[in-house]
Design a protein around this ligand. Sequence first.
Ligand SMILES: Cc1ncc(COP(=O)(O)O)c(C=O)c1O
Length: 395
Amino acid sequence: MSDLARTAQQYDAGDPLAGLRALFVLDDGVYLDGNSLGALPRSVPGRVEDVVRRQWGALKIRSWDESGWWTAPERIGDRIAPLVGAAAGQIVVGDSTSVNVLKALVGAVRLVDDARDEIVVDATTFPTDGYIAESAARLTGRTLRPVRPAEVPAALSGRTAAVLLNHVDYRTGRLHDLPSLTAAVHAAGAIAVWDLCHSAGALPVGLDEHGVDLAVGCTYKYLNGGPGSPAYLYVRRELQDRFDSPLPGWNSHAEPFGMREDYEPAAGALRGRVGTPDILSMLALEAALEVWDGVSIDAVRTKSLALTDFFLECVRAYVPEGRVESLTPVRHEERGSQVALRCSPDAGDVMKRLIERGVVGDFRRPDVLRFGFTPLYVGFADVERAARVLAEELR
Ligand SMILES: Cc1ncc(COP(=O)(O)O)c(C=O)c1O
């Protein structure tokens, strides 16, 4: 056994979160793709079975009330809230991240005056945010200005209406400075909108503490909600009365069963709802969130950094010099919960071979190997094995 394998055993033995792994369905491989699709929590299949057979099959329409279907978007939003540093009553679950980006961005522009004619968007963003931002700009008659996150403070002015940023870059795993960027956006009098897809469930976000205005995120990565599980929208409490959604559906009406011709928005976060929620996915997510009972996000962050530090150490020790280059920042303040390695010219083939050998990460064009570290179920022995198998494939 190598020194690093022994170190991994010691780290696993002292890991306060190690017991959580048993809450997930995992095989004997190494799963490092929880930044794309989280693993299945054991509590989910039984709950889905109950929702389908009893709540839907037996109770049928009664379940909207008796099984709490109608209030699920707010209830599950409140379950996510502490994970992203939000007090209750500010998050609703529903729709995809893309749809919530549209709600948030158009809603943001409608909060400021017409003289502010620019929307700033992260130029390195996950594509969907860029496409939606472009449409939001057309819908609101604003100009879209793509800017790299580090250059955002210099790009802000009295013309800026809203700024859409990613907390963690999906490709490189770089963590952007949410507190200082939000403060800069506010100093310019604009609205800060954050995409938390790659940070929620992996590190503390502090939405309330840092005065974020609006935020969106998915639940199928570090929150393990399942494929296509619904996303969420955060609207800071002080803005809720003025939040004017571009998708005012009957579910966000003050009186949804009044069947009125005129639209009157509901109070609070549920103003972010649109139409009938996707109950099966939503209640699968609710069951998945039970793994967080008693888990502190600070402990998750501590382990996440230890896992990525250890992976980088193992890669340095095992992988032949010059074969990969880490795109993920070394400084903890700048690192999310993934490591991205540039591997030219054969990253796609290398990842295929890793997956055949039970080490599952993913490949992002043109030359990036991505490895996501979900502290709830990834251990240090997994990390050492992944780096060792990678090195064998690269030799
Ligand atoms: C940063 C970011 N935003 C948005 C999305 C996807 O949005 P949607 O849930 O609409 O598919 C992803 C998906 O990986 C993402 O990484």
